[in-house]
Design a binder for this molecule. Structure first.
Ligand code: FAD
Length: 462
């Protein structure tokens, strides 16, 4: 039996970051991971492989649509899908291998296998029981199921299956117009698949600023994705290599079907805590199956903490990482703080969509007076040169104080641009602070400055 200051269960972005931070703070730490490789959902079947596929297919799109205009001639690329999957696998391997290196460098023990917690202070992996003063659960999440839909990961797939299809489907139906469904839908649409998205609600990307969601849907429609909104999926039946989705339109209860080679079920994710023995331990859970924690990530059982996708909040890798650092620092006696009001969200389609803080809808709900500053990428020289003039930056500020309350960007590199606003919000900055900061020309970030100017006397290039 070995004993540790901290044992972390799960080596996703929450768990591995937490383990490294604990080691940096002088604790003896081990991280248990049941997968063959480190990095969790994010590195193995989530953020990283999806971004590799998005990058490859975006390059294809650029070659097909914009190369000739720029005077770049020659043989147009065709898709070698097997090689694209190899590239994706290599990208995963580089990243998961990187975490293994970091564990060695920081002297974090990787205990290979599936963990359970037989009692507080003990972690069982296989036949071995290890002692730990503190146990941190970072066991992540799994795809949610949908009644009447059986996933076989061949014809009816989750995001995991969609990242390893044997071939490009002719037709793909995506159930759920959230981030994962739209990212993977656009990957296959760019490779020629006919992609139809079925969504229960009347708008795509629930929770997103409504004006941005409408614009986003228009852009995706232009790229060939089709949408059926307000439709409740009743079930999926598979015959041979085809699947038929039956759905009812919520407005009139009329029933319809749609047949495809691949059905991607992307209706969200739920915490994964199976096999940990939390019931027997008496760990309190929420109605949604999340582990209940206090502000320092402690559960109701002394010495057991939980972070990342297993607890409340947005299911995002960077949120899990921040919690991983915070729980480690808290155990070390520090006073960390995660600001849940400033957690950016990004959709990595092309163009990208990014948001942080309040939306117009949440501000209206709060009855708060606000001003809007907007700037279109059509007025940004760099964006025009790079065929990226679609979209805009929208900044929401307090009407009296000019303090930045939120921002929504649809356009080139939106996922990077949003961080300027995150920093501004962390510092309690006003739009005027952003507007008075010199921005290099020609950059996309000038559009952020112009939107900030539009909160006051007006943008220059609009
Ligand atoms: P996970 O990453 O889920 O890691 C948990 C780990 O714990 C797993 O490796 C699992 O094997 C292990 N584990 C579970 N139980 C045990 C046990 N009993 N014993 C040992 N090991 C165990 N988020 C973003 O921020 N940006 C993105 O672009 C993005 N893209 C995504 C794309 C897809 C297709 C998917 C599915 C998700 C995406 N996400 C993205 C979400 C992101 O992957 C998760 O929010 C993030 O991985 C959560 O981190 P975590 O550490 O909580 O858990």
């Amino acid at each position: 039996m070995s004993s540790y200051d901290v044992i972390v269960i799960g080596a996703g972005p929450g768990g591995y970051v937490c383990a490294i931070r604990c080691a940096q703070l002088g604790m003896k730490v081990a991280c248990v991971e049941g997968r063959e490789t480190l990095g969790g959902t994010c590195l193995n079947v989530g953020c990283i492989p999806s971004k590799a596929m998005l990058h490859a297919t975006h390059m294809l799109h650029e070659a097909e649509h914009n190369f000739a205009t720029m005077g770049l001639k020659g043989k147009a690329p065709s898709v070698d899908f097997k090689q694209m999957l190899t590239y994706k696998e290599e990208t995963i391997a580089q990243n998961t291998g990187g975490i293994e290196f970091l564990f060695k460098k920081n002297k974090v023990d990787w205990i290979k296998g599936w963990a359970s917690i037989p009692e507080a202070g003990k972690v069982k992996v296989g036949d071995e029981v290890h002692e730990a003063k503190n146990i941190i659960i970072a066991s992540g999440s799994e795809p949610s199921s949908l009644p009447g839909v059986e996933v076989d990961e061949k014809t009816v797939v989750t995001s995991t299956g969609a990242l390893s299809l044997p071939k490009i489907p002719k037709k793909m139906v995506v159930i759920g117009a959230g981030v994962i469904g739209l990212e993977l839908g656009s990957v296959y649409a760019r490779m020629g698949a006919e992609v139809e998205v079925i969504e229960f609600l009347d708008a795509i990307t629930p929770g997103m600023d409504a004006e941005i969601a409408r614009q986003f849907q228009k852009m995706l429609t232009k790229q060939g994705l089709k949408f059926t909104l307000g439709a409740a999926v009743q079930g999926v039946s598979v015959k041979g290599s085809k699947a038929t989705v039956t759905y009812k339109m919520r407005k009139d209860d009329s029933e319809h079907t749609m047949t495809a080679d691949t059905v991607l079920v992307a209706t969200g994710r739920k915490p994964y805590t199976e096999g940990l023995g939390l019931d027997a331990l008496g760990v309190e859970m929420t109605e949604r199956g999340q582990i209940k924690t206090d502000a320092r990530y402690a559960t109701n059982i002394k010495g057991i903490y939980a972070i990342g996708d297993t607890i409340a909040g947005p299911m995002l890798a960077h949120k899990a990482e921040d919690e991983g650092m915070a729980v480690a620092e808290g155990i070390a006696g520090q006073h960390p703080h995660v600001n849940y009001g400033v957690i950016p969200g990004v959709i990595y389609t092309h163009p990208e969509v990014a948001n942080v803080g309040e939306t117009e809808e949440t501000l209206k709900e709060q009855g708060r007076k606000y001003k809007v500053g907007k700037f279109p990428f059509m007025g940004n020289a760099r964006a025009k040169a790079n065929f990226s003039g679609e979209g805009f930056v929208k900044i929401l500020v307090d009407a009296d104080t000019d303090r930045v309350l939120g921002a929504h960007i649809i356009g080139p590199m939106a996922g990077d641009l949003i961080h300027e606003i995150c920093v501004a919000m962390e510092f309690g900055a006003a739009a005027e602070d952003l507007a008075r900061t010199c921005h290099a020309h020609p950059t996309y970030s000038e559009a952020v400055r112009e939107a900030a100017l539009a909160c006051g006397d007006g943008a220059i290039h609009a």
